[in-house]
Structures are given as structure tokens and as C-alpha cells.
Design a protein around this ligand. Structure first.
Ligand code: SF4
Ligand code: SF4
Length: 364
């Protein structure tokens, strides 16, 4: 399923992710650049999809993600009695039929709002070696702001990551991004689709995590933190890695955001979707729509994947299409948001109509 050079591959250090590198790597043209760098210039340009209304939609989409940092906690701090009592939560629920119980966990994940869900055992390779560990009551934006302002140590994004003993399953979820909004990429409604999916992730993992704890088991709720989400999702049967560096799913292509919960629940794992993985391997060889749609040539048009990373933000040792994420991030700063062109262009996203931002706003 993966071609890995075992002597080269090492667990990823999250500080090398571009969103963190721009906080510390002075060699980058995007060093200390934030999304607001060109924002007012865009609003003044009066370009369709870059108005104050568009940016307001994006920024508000992040509300739950940023205002509810507890969504990403590793454990329940207190047993809060919201009127249901707490004593019954303290013992482990007896699981008589693992398959039936696994189905219930998937049902609960969908009930709380995820679009896709799969389960895998944990391959330690995908767990970050070190990562961004902020206090439970501090939002990601606030923590990054503290780093930039010099009031938090750089070590906040370089903390050793080890999952606790007994945590041996991961529930991986894919949250759909709005089809019409993504079709406007790289304009701001597409970024709003991404933002609101992050907020939905926070909502879903916090509810599902509490559900698991109410049954007496442990839940480590994660967004992009703690581990590489894409290989975990592939292991959990959700899809395959595409040329654009994203998870492609049979149902929604790359039009999903991924979140996950590590747990000690005795769940039954899904199998990787080998047929779909093979299909994507062949399809991406002769399709380069994502590469053609990329405004900064960040996606390779080479026919075959390789072992050649483009920068320290790529984790070497895996055969794949490496995305030049430095170039990608330069476009994000220019665009005053993430971009989404490589999601919009992928045929597996199944976007029926490409809308202009104006059409997006006027469509009821
Ligand atoms: S997000 Fe945009 S800039 Fe980045 S790789 Fe995709 S298309 Fe290129
Ligand atoms: S646009 Fe084509 S090449 Fe790119 S990820 Fe999708 S299927 Fe693969």
C-alpha cells in the first residue's frame, strides 16, 4: 500500500508544517506573514469573492474551532454533572459484541455530524515525533499569536508526542466541505467552506469524545494535531493519497477535512480500500487537473510519484507526489486565505456546477 524507505522515514516534527514554519523559519518569504497581510488590499480591489462580506464569512466560520479549544483535549478534566449524574460514567461499559458496538460508535460519529468514518489500528509511524501542544484553554490562534509576540516559548510547537499505553485504535472522520462554496476556489467562499468544516470537526470530536468517556473509555480528540491524518485515514479505509497531496475519498474526493479520535475502545478495524487506492494510483498518473489549476505550480506534473521531497515540510522516505508547500503557502498569503483550487479541480470532488462567488451568494 505504501512504498517506504525504512532507513529514511522518520516520524514527522509538526514544527516543519508550513503553518508552524512561518512562525520560526526566517529563510521563508512568508516568515511571520499571516492571512491578513494582503486582506485590505483585496477588499479595496472590489474583486468578486474578496469583499468584506466574503472575508466575514470565512473568519466567522472558524468560530467554534477557535472559541472552543477544549474540543482538542486529551482527557476529561472533571466529571461535570449536567443533570444526568456522573457515577454511572465511572465504570467501563461491558461490550458483549464488538462488531455491533463498533457499528454503534460509527453511528454516533455520523449522528454528531461526520460525513465519513473509519477505524484503524495505530501505526506509530504516523504519530508526530514532536508537535504543537497548547494549554487546553488557549485557542490555536491565541497560542500562535503568543509565539509571534514572544510571550510563549518556541518549544510550544516542539513537544514530544507519545500516546498513552493502551490507546490502540483510531476513529478517523471526514467532514464534507460545501460543494458550491468550494466551486468558487480560490475565492473566499471556498476558504469559508474549509473554515466551517474545521468548526464542525471541533463540534464532532468533542461530542464523540464525551460519548466514549461516558462509556468509561479514553478518547484523545484531534484535528490536525498529534498525528498525520491522511495515512491514518487510508489505514481506516477512507480513501487514497492523490497527486494534490490530499486524501481522496470515493464519496467526496478531496472535499473533506479530516479529524480523529485515538481511543482504548476495543473496536474492530476497517481494511484499507485497496481497490480505490489502486484506482487513484493509476488515475493520477494520467490526470494532472489539480497541477494545472494550481496558481503557483506547487503540484508536480511528473507522471510518476517519487522519493524526492521539495523541502523540510515534506516528510521524506515515502513514495508519493510531493507538493511544494512553500509555494502553496506563498499563494495562501497572496490570496489572504487557503486556496482550494486543487480540491475544486479534482474530478473526484464531484462538483456539478462551477459557480462564481456572486452566483454562490445569490443561489438560494
Ligand atoms: S491549495 Fe492552491 S496553491 Fe496550494 S497546492 Fe492546492 S492549488 Fe496549489
Ligand atoms: S485532480 Fe487528478 S491528478 Fe489531481 S488528485 Fe485529482 S485525480 Fe489525482
Amino acid at each position: 500500500m505504501y512504498e517506504i524507505e525504512e532507513t529514511v522515514y522518520k516520524r514527522f516534527k509538526q514544527k516543519n508544517n508550513m503553518l508552524f514554519r512561518r512562525l520560526w523559519d526566517k529563510t521563508l518569504p512568508t516568515y511571520h506573514q499571516m492571512i491578513d497581510t494582503n486582506l485590505e488590499k483585496h477588499i479595496e480591489s472590489k474583486k468578486d469573492g474578496y469583499s468584506r462580506i466574503d472575508f466575514a464569512l470565512v473568519a466567522a466560520g472558524w468560530t467554534v474551532y477557535e472559541r472552543f479549544p477544549y474540543a482538542f483535549t486529551w482527557e476529561r478534566k472533571d466529571l461535570m454533572d449536567i443533570g444526568y449524574g456522573v457515577n454511572w460514567m465511572k465504570s467501563k461499559h461491558v461490550i458483549e459484541n464488538r462488531q455491533k458496538f463498533t457499528n454503534y460508535i460509527k453511528k454516533a460519529a455520523k449522528f454528531y455530524g461526520t460525513s465519513l468514518v473509519g477505524i484503524a489500528g495505530i501505526n506509530e509511524k504516523w504519530i508526530y515525533k514532536t508537535g504543537f501542544m497548547r494549554p487546553d484553554d488557549v485557542s490555536e490562534a491565541e497560542a500562535k499569536q503568543d509565539v509571534r509576540g514572544g510571550t510563549a516559548a518556541d518549544s510550544i510547537y516542539d513537544q514530544p508526542i507519545e500516546l498513552p499505553d493502551g490507546i490502540n485504535k483510531v476513529i478517523v472522520m471526514g467532514v464534507e466541505m460545501d460543494e458550491e462554496a468550494i466551486s468558487t476556489a480560490p475565492a473566499q467562499p471556498a476558504a469559508a467552506a474549509s473554515a466551517i468544516a474545521y468548526s464542525k470537526m471541533a463540534f464532532i470530536i468533542s461530542c464523540l469524545g464525551e460519548f466514549i468517556r461516558n462509556l468509561g473509555y479514553r478518547a484523545i480528540q484531534c484535528g490536525n494535531d498529534t498525528a498525520l491524518s491522511i495515512p491514518l485515514a487510508i489505514d481506516a479505509g477512507l480513501g487514497a493519497l492523490g497527486r494534490n497531496g490530499l486524501l481522496l475519498t470515493p464519496e467526496l474526493g478531496p472535499r473533506v477535512r479530516i479529524c480523529k479520535i485515538f481511543t482504548d475502545l476495543p473496536l474492530i478495524s476497517d481494511k484499507p480500500n485497496r481497490r480505490f487506492i489502486e484506482k487513484i494510483k493509476n488515475y493520477c498518473k494520467s490526470c494532472s487537473r489539480c497541477a494545472e489549476a494550481c496558481e503557483n505550480d506547487a503540484i508536480t506534473k511528473d507522471e510518476n510519484p517519487s522519493f524526492n521531497p521539495t523541502s523540510i515540510s515534506n516528510n521524506p522516505g515515502v513514495k508519493k507526489y510531493y507538493v511544494d508547500v512553500e509555494k502553496c503557502f506563498e499563494f495562501w498569503i497572496e490570496n489572504s486565505s487557503d486556496c482550494g483550487n486543487c480540491i475544486m479541480a479534482c474530478p473526484f470532488s464531484k462538483i456539478k456546477d462551477i459557480l462564481s462567488p456572486l452566483e454562490f451568494w445569490n443561489k438560494t
